[in-house]
Design a protein around this ligand. Structure first.
Ligand SMILES: [Zn+2]
Ligand SMILES: [Zn+2]
Length: 397
């Protein structure tokens, strides 16, 4: 049995360094597939820690490395952090504010990267406490278009073959010191569509000689809202959001075309298929009924994030050992999406949430907000749970 106290002392001691790393990354954010300096920083740290089999440039900027346990061969567990930032102009007035205008770590991936480097150091120092292998993985472009899938295509789940995977996300909806996780579908699949309506433009006062794409688009928007309310099983969750309605410029001109763009969120393959089919049928059917030509581009994005029950139980126990029973909760499913889902499609694992909100300190702004910032104590908690989980998994506890 691993002693959580020994870990905690080590984490307390190394936390200032981890916080400094996080602030360095926060100050120097890079967008998806452009994490050049970030991955250089990761590689330098990993070389310093002394990991094995360091591989770089996977799916452009991804990095993997191994830590082999001193107790002989065994299972291989993958630990993942995402490295990318967002196209947001930071509004925080902190000394570690982004120096790249219009780019910001507003989701906490800086904390994930710095935290996993901390976990790497902890595990490297404890190699004689486990058998098997830890595969560290730093991925690009989680915010889109997605770095997990191309890394998997590049073979990161082989050599050595990965048996289980774990990842975490800081959570601004959850107070610092709390852990949230759930077995089964935890985050939604995220698909998107563009509905292109071709009508026939003309004078705003002569509608009879036009086919008004705005009137068609309006009907489609309304009809789309009946998919979740009338066609999905009411006890299952789904979202259809039209986020853009692009059409026209002048008050007295009926335009030729209109375009609707939106997102669809579901938790099961069946519902995903249902909404995908029905969005297209509805849009085209309404278009035909109203004499317009409608084309639908439908793009399947990240699949649902589905946690393995046994792996979730393992994290639950590790989390309980770290923060106590009353601070581990089953979180509600989230309609947001996460490309850790691709790893979970291939190997059993668990993706969990580590509270990072601190109301007293004003650290309350949500993910992707220009004032997003975390209570950095979340990194100590996350590192301890992830390390504890890894040791328990590899030792078969
Ligand atoms: Zn995000
Ligand atoms: Zn994120």
């Amino acid at each position: 049995m691993v002693t959580a106290t020994g870990l905690r002392d080590a984490i307390e001691e190394m936390l200032p360094g981890v916080v400094a790393d996080r602030r360095h990354l926060h100050q120097h954010p890079e967008l998806g597939f452009q994490e050049i300096e970030t991955s250089r920083f990761v590689v330098a740290r990993l070389e310093d820690i002394g990991v094995e089999d360091l591989r770089t440039g996977i799916a452009k900027t991804g990095v993997t490395a191994l830590i082999r346990g001193g107790r002989g061969p065994g299972k291989t567990v993958l630990l993942r952090a995402d490295m990318d930032a967002l196209p947001i102009l930071e509004e925080n007035e902190v000394e570690y504010r982004s120096v790249h205008p219009g780019v910001m770590h507003a989701c906490g991936h800086d904390a994930h990267t710095a935290g996993l480097l901390g976990v790497a150091r902890l595990l490297q120092d404890r190699r004689d406490e486990f058998g098997g292998t830890v595969k560290l993985l730093f991925q690009p472009a989680e915010e889109g278009p997605g770095g997990a899938q191309p890394m998997i295509e590049a073979g990161v789940l082989n050599d050595p073959k990965v048996d289980a995977c774990f990842g975490l996300h800081v959570a601004q909806e959850v107070p610092v010191g709390m852990i949230e996780l759930r077995a089964g579908p935890a985050m939604a699949a995220s698909d998107r569509f563009a509905i292109k309506i071709k009508g026939q433009g003309g004078h705003g006062a002569r509608p009879q000689s036009t086919i008004d794409p705005i009137a068609v688009g309006a009907q489609i928007v309304v009809a789309l809202q009946t998919l979740v309310s009338r066609e999905l099983d009411p006890v299952e969750a789904g979202v259809v959001t039209v986020g853009a309605f692009l059409a026209g410029e002048a008050f007295n001109v009926i335009p030729n075309t209109a375009e609707l763009r939106g997102t669809v969120r579901t938790f099961t393959p069946e519902n995903r298929e249902l909404l995908s089919r029905r969005v297209q049928e509805l849009a085209k059917g309404i278009g035909a009924a109203m004499r317009a030509n409608v084309e639908v581009e439908y793009h399947h994005g990240y699949p649902p994030t589905v946690n393995d029950p046994a792996m979730t139980a393992l994290v639950w126990e590790a989390a309980t050992a770290v923060v106590g029973t009353d601070r581990v909760e089953e979180g509600a499913p989230i309609m947001g999406a996460e490309d850790f889902s691709y790893f979970l499609e291939k190997v059993p694992g668990c993706f969990f949430f580590v509270g990072s909100k601190n109301e007293e300190r004003g650290l309350i702004w949500g993910h992707h907000h220009p004032r997003f910032d975390i209570d950095e104590q979340t990194m100590a908690v996350g590192m301890e749970v992830l390390t504890e989980t890894t040791l328990r998994y590899l030792n078969g506890v």
